[in-house]
Ligand binder design. Sequence first.
Ligand code: DGY
Length: 322
Amino acid sequence: ATMKPSVYVTRPDVPSVGIDLLKEKCNVEMWSECKAPPYDELIKSVAGKNALFCNIADKVDKNVLDAAGSSLKVIATMSVGFEHIDVAEAKKRGIKVGYTPDVLTYAVAELTVGILLATSRRLFEAHREIFNGGWTSWSPSWMCGPSIRGKTVGIVGFGRIGQETARLLKGFGVKQFLYSGRKDHPEASDIGAVRMPVEEMLPKCDFIICALAMSPETKHYFNERLFNLMKPSAIFVNTSRGGVVDQDALIEALEKGKIRGAGLDVMTPEPIPPDHRLLKLPNCVVIPHIGSAGIESRNDMAELTARNILNALDGKPMPAEL
Ligand code: DGY
């Protein structure tokens, strides 16, 4: 009898649809805690495995690949982002790398709309007022914030998630969608968004949504210069990666009232220490990186990650290979 291939899964709480699939064909070993295995634990556990099932909180660098050795055939991350993996190094060694595009697009777009509303309509600030005694009476101007209807929404990074967010926001009566990015997106003609250089776009926007992928080119993309171009009434939302924002410049923009508010699902670092400056700003909504945390999308992500592994181990094309 041939030996079953071995898979190391870096979390115990991966949705069972993925784990059950793997278990049909593989020996599955799982890390026991709902947080990243310590680096040396990962190094130890990956040794001799044929596949690694990981996520964005697991750093898969050259040392991890060295530790895994030549038995490792595939790394599959349960995420669309992959900057935590040294993909070039993996490929050089003939290791396939899988990820989970598409299946989380809707969930992230939905959360982007949610955090935009939470910021513009000040949901968390208002919630706190109930408990801190700030709610003394209904009041005409209390807790007011801008509505979306009739406004201009600018999207920086008009890929899958940026486009889907625009589609969902359409129902709110947005007057005009604008976008900026490296290329034209004729496939999104249904949205009627107009492309322009970011410097031209930002001064026109009431809402600015960052949907940029993290890469060396996009690091600190949103810097002081760009925040200075925004309207004082603008609301900035980021659900992609904290690293694309120069966070000190954002904090300064929020403190000085260069923009009205910000809604962030991603920041630097993650997790953010509870006493961080960013959390002291009343006009900043912070959420702990839960964009893709729709039940359906997480199930689909787990299943796609498992299928990436099974196909790679079988020598078949992976459903989503990098
Ligand atoms: C991703 O997929 O890259 C998200 O950040 C986590 O789901």
